[in-house]
Design a protein around this ligand. Structure first.
Ligand code: GTP
Ligand code: MG
Length: 197
């Protein structure tokens, strides 16, 4: 897939703020700080279109990026961030779940779930993945920060993630690095396939 253009279209919290164009959407979910905003920048060849943070909890609303004037990449807040109040945590989880729930039928073509390649998926990751599967949504797993481990460790880590998330054979898992830009073409290919292109 060739990225011809990309722009931030809208920041939303509630469904009545989501775009109404009817274009297909690909959403990025995962724990805070796993690299959701970074992968969007990498895929779109931009440095800071989606805002990246040193501290977890950078993205607190939903950001819709319109790509090639015909589909959206959707940057969601992260979950599993320990250092916030219960109310804040509930509010972010509500934002994520409301988004997935209201878009699953008509707009959402693929949920890209990010996990840090260095760690086994957390309880939150397992719940999130079961939730996505339970709704019959198509998912792709991306193992981020692959630049932080040696090449020989990559398959060992992917197998562990596959096991902990209990992925079926049909679910792909792609090692990725926003730093080194590895895995970019594979992820774009999956996005393209999910939209029937
Ligand atoms: P929230 O918005 O808080 O949910 O986080 P996020 O998932 O959007 O993460 P973000 O893209 O903001 O990245 C968090 C931190 O991880 C930043 O310091 C990034 O520079 C760093 N980071 C993201 N991807 C990679 C990667 O592939 N390799 C390395 N080494 N660092 C990365
Ligand atoms: Mg973010």
């Amino acid at each position: 897939m060739i990225i011809k253009n990309a722009e931030h279209e809208i920041t939303a919290v509630k469904p009545n703020q989501y775009p109404v164009t009817g274009f297909p959407e690909v959403a990025f979910v995962g724990r805070s700080n796993v690299g959701k905003s970074s992968i969007i920048n990498t895929l779109l060849n931009r440095k800071n279109l989606a805002r990246v943070g040193q501290t977890p909890g950078k993205t607190r609303q939903i950001n819709f990026f319109i790509v090639n004037n015909n589909f959206y990449l959707v940057d969601l807040p992260g979950y599993g961030f320990a250092n916030v109040s219960k109310e804040m945590k509930a509010s972010w989880e509500n934002i994520i779940e409301t988004y997935l729930y209201s878009r699953k039928q008509n707009h959402l073509k693929l949920v890209v779930m990010l996990v840090d390649i260095r760690h086994s998926p957390s309880k939150d990751d397992i719940i999130m993945h079961q939730w996505i599967k339970g709704f019959g949504m198509k998912s792709l797993i991306v193992a981020t920060k692959a630049d932080k481990i040696s090449r020989s460790q990559i398959n060992v880590r992917l197998n562990d993630i596959r096991k902990v998330l209990q992925l079926d054979k049909a679910t792909k898992i792609i090692p990725f690095s926003s730093e080194k830009r590895t895995g970019k073409d594979e992820v774009l290919e999956e996005i393209s396939l999910s939209m029937g292109e």
